[in-house]
Design a protein around this ligand. Structure first.
Ligand code: ADP
Ligand code: MG
Length: 690
């Protein structure tokens, strides 16, 4: 693109990315991807239904002659009546092209495909916006049902159908199961199975196809589950063949670092924390590298557990590292750890990409020598970082990291041992997902909040009521409370996001002149960021306007109001995280979600779920229902394969069968295991090490 910008150029419209990229976003790259891009539903255009046999709400193909046609130009409406030998049908278009008007000229014979509904006026049925074309004497009806594919991103059904047909020609759908295995499992061949789903015969059982229980679907789900079971078995084997440092609980518990740290805390662990702590200790006492996820709602006390685990590693002469996805969050952890462990003579080192050369070299040197615990961002996994003897790697908000990043931190240490890995997440994984793709992961759940937490009241308002909201915030602030104001997420551009935040800040500061209002965002330097956060923590600043940088980890108990502008643009778990920033002290807390006037149906649903639920687990489960597992936990980008077709809950019988055969193949060193897994999982290697 020529780089000639002029002053009065129109702002660039968001351009649609190239076809290849859009296809890849839909998971369509190789031939197998197309083969496995399965229909959402079908249209039956294999036979014509006589008008008097139409059934309400059952899509049908109808052939008839146009007997009347009326156009209402002002209302932009076209109404026609067609007739066959058995009856008449009303047809309505509320928006149409000139071609449609032409098509529905009196006397024309037309073919319509659509959904009959009882007519609004008169007797019989009407169809709104049917697919219509001229009926020609030479016209042949379809031989199979027409598949309707998941599309979107400007990709047409017609194009997809052709492309999938091509894939069928290009791929030799070899069956890896022997005839005997198929017979035993009572499953059809893979080719027959896939063909029956893409191109069902006219007499196929549509209900079985739609609810994915037809023999073809059973076979496909079985293969998917097989692939997953193979991967999980291999992954577990690989991990179990590696050795981790065996940690032992010091004999003199009270005088160990772990013991002293616990005694120094101003609180006791909750029951849930105690249980999780025991689970962690048991894993770290084993020579099999720990692969444990600690899951707990925002504020449930995961960080202190992680610090205890670090103390346990240090007690045994090993280093621990804690990696967080953002600078602010890492820093929050660093300060906490300093506060907790420095008085106990632990050497805590800070490392991020933003350190100046001299500080960075000092940090690197300490990491190679006498650092006990290292806290930081991605900088922790750069090549220049050489750990003396890492025994425990802790990854906070693990789902925000890619698989490679998590792996890098737990690389084999200098003693040839693999560090234990502890992951933390406030985004709960629903049981079905945990059992399916994360079964090589041990999950510990902190399902209890520390005592004294107050429920947060969530309210939803139209953005245009900002002035009223500001009034009630003034009220809250004048009682000595503090508030957050989170500005809208603008996905297209960080720059736009910043502009929006600046505008909001100026507006809010002007509306609340008697209070100190500050703005924080991703472009603020570390130094300034610290200063801003310090002023907020100390209470000098009453209201903090921010972009989403404060999403995680900020801990200011005196803050009681969280305003989220354009809440409809955030995901549910993100909203829940943001809300978790308040309700940490003794004051009654509020979360105010403001939405723009253009709310999609899904957006409305999401906000409703958010207002009505305070439990992160319930929210995550509903989020999953709303969005589907593909989006969950950013699993797409992390390369962790999910089940697309099978369902762990409803296909339990298939899971058992798949597991049995998978184990059998692996025990027998059957080469089919490898081939089968590669077919399903493109990122096989990544998954194995995840
Ligand atoms: P999370 O990381 O799960 O969001 P944190 O570990 O940051 O939660 O804990 C939130 C706050 O609660 C911190 O100030 C922490 O010191 C405190 N806290 C943790 N465990 C307890 C407990 N058992 N009793 C009281 N306060 C606790
Ligand atoms: Mg936390």
């Amino acid at each position: 693109m020529p780089n000639t910008s002029t002053a009065n150029q129109k702002p660039a419209r968001k351009k649609r990315p190239p076809l290849k990229e859009r296809l890849e976003r839909m998971g369509l790259a190789g031939e197998w991807d197309y083969i496995l891009h399965l229909p959402l539903r079908y249209e039956d255009k294999t036979q014509i239904t006589p008008i008097n046999e139409l059934v309400s709400d059952v899509d049908a193909l109808v052939e008839g002659t146009v007997v009347s046609s009326n156009e209402n130009i002002f209302a932009k409406r076209l109404e026609a009546v067609i007739e066959d030998d058995t009856g008449s049908l009303q047809v309505k278009f509320f928006k149409y092209f000139p071609g449609t008007k032409e098509l529905f000229k009196e006397g024309n014979k037309v073919l319509l495909y659509g959904r009959p509904k009882p007519a609004w006026r008169g007797k019989g049925f009407e169809m709104l916006h049917p697919n219509s074309k001229l009926s020609k004497p030479t016209h042949e009806l379809d031989k199979t049902l027409t598949p309707i594919y998941p599309a979107g991103e400007g990709i047409q059904q017609q194009w997809l159908r052709k492309r999938i047909q091509t894939a069928f020609l290009n791929v030799d759908i070899k069956d890896l199961l022997t005839e005997q295995e198929k017979a035993q499992l009572n499953l059809p061949s893979l080719k027959d199975a896939i063909t029956s789903i893409h191109y069902p015969a006219p007499d196929a059982n549509l209900e079985e196809l739609q609810n994915k229980t037809s023999p073809g679907w059973q076979r496909l789900k079985f293969d998917e589950l097989m692939a997953q079971q193979i991967m999980m078995t291999l992954s577990r084997k690989r991990r179990e063949s590696l050795k981790a440092p065996i940690l032992v609980t010091p004999v003199d518990k009270k005088h160990s670092l772990t013991g002293q740290f616990y005694l120094s805390l101003p609180f006791k662990f909750t029951g849930a924390q105690k249980r999780v702590w025991r689970e962690i200790v048991r894993s770290m006492e084993s020579s099999v590298p720990m692969n444990r996820l600690v899951q707990g709602d925002v504020g449930s006390g995961k960080t202190v557990i992680a610090a205890m685990a670090a103390a346990f590693a240090i007690d045994n002469g090993y280093q621990a590292a804690l990696m967080a996805p953002t600078e602010i969050l890492a820093e929050q952890h660093f300060n906490k750890i300093l506060e907790w462990l420095k008085p106990l003579n632990v050497k805590v080192v800070w490392l991020t990409g933003k350190l100046k050369a001299k500080e960075k070299n000092q940090a690197l040197e300490a990491i190679e020598n006498d650092a006990n615990i290292i806290v930081g961002t991605h900088a922790l996994i750069q090549e220049s970082v050489k750990y003396k003897n890492l025994g425990l790697a802790i990854v906070d908000e693990q789902h925000r990291f890619g698989v490679e990043q998590r792996l890098a931190l737990r690389a084999i240490n200098s003693e040839g041992l693999m560090p234990h890995l502890l992951m933390l997440s406030a985004t709960p994984i629903p049981r079905t997902l945990a059992m399916s793709y994360l079964s090589d992961l041990d999950v510990s759940v902190i399902d209890e909040l520390p005592p004294g937490r107050k429920p947060i009241t969530t309210k939803i308002f139209l953005l245009s009521r900002k002035d009223e909201i500001l009034e009630s915030i003034r009220n809250e602030l004048s009682q000595g409370r503090q508030a957050y104001w989170v500005c809208p997420l603008i996905e297209e551009s960080e720059k736009l996001e910043l502009t929006a935040a600046t505008v909001a800040y100026e507006e809010i500061a002007a509306a609340l002149p008697e209070f100190k209002v500050e703005l924080i965002h991703g472009k603020v330097s570390t130094e300034d960021k610290n200063a801003i956060m310090d002023r907020f923590k100390s209470g000098e600043t009453s209201l903090l306007v921010s972009t989403t940088v404060i999403e995680v980890g900020v801990d200011v108990p005196n803050a009681t109001v969280m305003v989220i502008e354009h809440a409809e643009r955030f995901g549910l778990s993100q909203l829940h995280q943001l809300r978790g920033r308040v309700g940490r002290g003794s004051g009654k807390s509020f979360c105010i979600a403001l939405f723009g006037d253009k709310l999609s149906h899904e957006g409305k649903e999401r906000l409703k779920i958010f207002r009505e639920n305070s439990d992160g687990f319930v929210i995550a489960q509903k989020d999953l229902e709303l969005r589907g597992p593909g989006e969950f936990l950013g699993s797409r980008q992390s390369g962790v394969p999910l089940l697309r077709f099978a369902n762990i809950d409803t296909d339990a019988e298939l899971v058992t069968k798949a597991k049995k055969l998978a184990v059998q193949w692996i025990e027998n060193n059957d080469p089919r295991a490898e081939i089968h897994a590669s077919r399903w999982f493109k990122n096989k290697e990544k998954y194995l090490e995840a």
